[in-house]
Structures are given as structure tokens and as C-alpha cells.
Design a protein around this ligand. Structure first.
Ligand code: 13P
Length: 248
């Protein structure tokens, strides 16, 4: 059985005042039947770990550098995230791929760095709207998966997130059949590559997940949780998504 995961990606949002939301999630969902992860901006990782306390909420980064240290102004190493108390790191988010030109090879190198630091890598894949319109969704996702996930993936060091670029922050989501098609494909690709080890790897859906659509998405085959952007910023909203996942 895969343990479900409700993950929040705060992106470039949040100040110290937002730590209250993490405290509320930790207090309200201490016995949740799913894992909970919040990835705040790097400035908040240390206090977020403190706000989460010893309870069920884990804290993650949103990116790391592929190198362990050195002259890379503005970047953060995976080991520094781990040192700050993070347990996970999101890698290859489409906003990193678009804003910073990250390639699949870059994401694979970062994933190795994350593993070397003992972090769980939450690797993101997803097609643009133009790629979906051209019927290329599975080709694009297959290529991203093959290129972004290096050798050595296991159920404990990798979480995969399917985030269609056109569904992020738009209020639009794929149909449930479209989500199932991609998640079943990801499971099959992982199994072809890793055999039985693929069975335990969690597959998250991300893109306009809200309290109102969470339950139906969590009922889709091979959806083991969600990577939530906007609706993870407020404990009231994210809490409803956690509750829906716990009940799924
Ligand atoms: P939204 O939930 O705001 O659409 O963002 C999804 C996302 O990009 C999470 O990583």
C-alpha cells in the first residue's frame, strides 16, 4: 500500500506571518491518514520546521543546486536544505523549467544531489497546452520521466508529480480520464524500468487542485496524492484537501 501524500508548494509566497498556517495544519491534522508536506520559500524553511514541530507535517525545499557547495551565488545546495531541516525537495517544476531553462538532464543531476543529501526528490513532469493539443502528451511525459529521473530511484527517495502546465494556477484541470491515462502511463513506465520497486512510488497530481475537486481527483487510479499550489497557502483550504486525501 502506498501512503498518500498531500504536498503544498508555496512558490514565491509567504512571510513569517504565514508560519501560523503551518502551525494550524500541524495541530489540526496530527493524526491524518496521509503524509503532509509543505514546501515554503527557502527563507522560511528553518522557522517552518519549528512551526511544524514533531508532528505529521514535513518541510521541503522548492529547488536545489546539483553541486554540493561552491561559487553559485543565489543557489542552495541539497545538503543545506537538509541541514535546515527539510526532508524533501521539489525538482523540475515547470516554473523552474520555464523561468530558469532547466533541462531534464539538469533535473536528473539535481535529483542525484538531493539523494546524496538524504532528501526525497519530488520530480515534476507535465505537458504544455500546445503539446496536449498536438496529441504529444504521453511522448513528452515519457521523455521527461526518462531524462529527469536518474538510476537509483526507489519508493523512499522519489515522488513523481504530474502537473500539466496549462492547469497550473488557471482553475482548469484535465478530465478524470485524462489524469488516469497519464498516471497509469507513469506507473507502467516506472514498472518497465524498475520492476516491482515501481509499485511503491507515489504519483501526485498537481494543477488547480482545490477543496471542491480534491475528492474526485483522489479517486482516480494511480493518484496517490496532490501537489497543491494556491490552495496550500491557507490552512483552511489545504486542510480540506488533506481531509479528502485521508478519506480516499
Ligand atoms: P496551483 O495549485 O496553484 O494550480 O499550482 C500547482 C502547482 O504548480 C504546484 O506545484
Amino acid at each position: 500500500m502506498r501512503r498518500k501524500l498531500a504536498a503544498g508548494n508555496w512558490k514565491m509566497n509567504g512571510t513569517r506571518a504565514s508560519l501560523e498556517e503551518i502551525g494550524r495544519i500541524a495541530a489540526d491534522h496530527s493524526t491524518a491518514a496521509c503524509e503532509i508536506l509543505i514546501c515554503p520559500p527557502a527563507t522560511l524553511i528553518v522557522p517552518a520546521v519549528a512551526a511544524a514541530g514533531a508532528g505529521s507535517v514535513r518541510i521541503g525545499g522548492q529547488d536545489c543546486h546539483a553541486k554540493a557547495s561552491g561559487a553559485h551565488t543565489g543557489d542552495i545546495a541539497a545538503g543545506q536544505l537538509a541541514d535546515a531541516g527539510a526532508s524533501h525537495v521539489i525538482l523540475g517544476h515547470s516554473e523552474r523549467r520555464a523561468d530558469h531553462g532547466e533541462s531534464d538532464a539538469d533535473v536528473a543531476a539535481k535529483t542525484l544531489a538531493a539523494w546524496a543529501a538524504g532528501l526525497v526528490a519530488v520530480v515534476c513532469v507535465g505537458e504544455t497546452e500546445a503539446e496536449r493539443d498536438r496529441g504529444e502528451t504521453l511522448v513528452v511525459i515519457g521523455r521527461q520521466l526518462a531524462g529527469s529521473v536518474p538510476e537509483g530511484a526507489t519508493a523512499t527517495n522519489l515522488v513523481l508529480a504530474y502537473e500539466p502546465v496549462w492547469a497550473i494556477g488557471t482553475g482548469r484541470t484535465p478530465t478524470l480520464d485524462q489524469i488516469a491515462e497519464v498516471h497509469d502511463f507513469l506507473r507502467a513506465e516506472l514498472t518497465a524500468r524498475l520492476g516491482d520497486a515501481a509499485t511503491g512510488i507515489r504519483l501526485l497530481y498537481g494543477g488547480s487542485v482545490k477543496p471542491s475537486n480534491a475528492a474526485e481527483i483522489f479517486a482516480v487510479s494511480n493518484v496517490d496524492g496532490a501537489l497543491v499550489g494556491g490552495a496550500s497557502l491557507k490552512a483552511a483550504d489545504f486542510g480540506q484537501i488533506i481531509a479528502a486525501l485521508s478519506a480516499a
